[in-house]
Design a protein around this ligand. Structure first.
Ligand SMILES: [Zn+2]
Length: 196
């Protein structure tokens, strides 16, 4: 499993290269010493394992835009004047557009968590959380059964909104081995308290 961690320096998320060490504090969550992927020892940071380390977010392929829904937590590429970094954001609205040869042309209105700024972004700037995998599984299943029907289904995305409870536990576990419950990412570290 790959991880990403949130730097205390800028509040942005980076891929974890290596976990160098860990320590248990008198109170609070355990911490890990992280070497960020592509960075050297000078950038190493001790980070709260429950709050600032999580399974890596996933870049979206064009067909996966249907799994990005309003209300979702996403990782979004914010391009500023001096730097371009990945920050947590929430999807406020999704404008669906017909895809063409270049792929997804949908647009997403997002609000960044750290500065509350809003921006309209294309799919390529969005990484979705692994917890949304079940939507794609459902969609593929729905498409498979639709294909056996003779009926034409023209990108019917209504099925995507099926409530989370409809997902069987086995389905989720097959895909995310090691993550017990997507609502409690800390559970992938057995030592974490539930500090929701
Ligand atoms: Zn799209």
């Amino acid at each position: 499993m790959e991880f990403e961690s949130k730097s205390a320096r800028d509040g942005a998320w980076y891929d974890v290269g290596t976990f160098l060490s860990h320590r248990y504090l008198d109170k609070g969550d355990p911490e890990v010493l992280v070497r960020f992927a592509g960075f050297g020892p000078d950038e190493d940071e001790w980070l709260n394992v429950c709050k600032h380390v999580r399974q890596r977010s996933l870049p979206c392929e064009a067909s996966e835009c249907v799994a990005v829904l309003p209300g979702d937590l996403i990782l979004c590429f914010q391009e500023g004047k001096d730097q371009a970094l990945y920050f947590d954001a929430h999807v406020l609205d999704a404008q669906r557009r017909r895809h063409d040869v270049r792929g997804c042309r949908c647009r997403f209105l997002v609000r960044y968590d750290h500065d509350q700024s809003e921006e309209i972004v294309p799919l390529r700037k969005i990484c979705r959380r692994p917890e949304t995998d079940y939507r794609l599984l459902q969609l593929h299943a729905a498409n498979d059964s639709a294909a056996t029907d003779q009926q034409k289904t023209r990108g019917d995305t209504s099925k995507v909104n099926t409530p989370r409870v409809a997902v069987s536990a086995t389905e989720t576990m097959q895909h995310n081995t090691g993550v017990a419950d997507p609502d409690f990412p800390g559970q992938c570290f057995p030592t974490c308290q539930n500090n929701k």
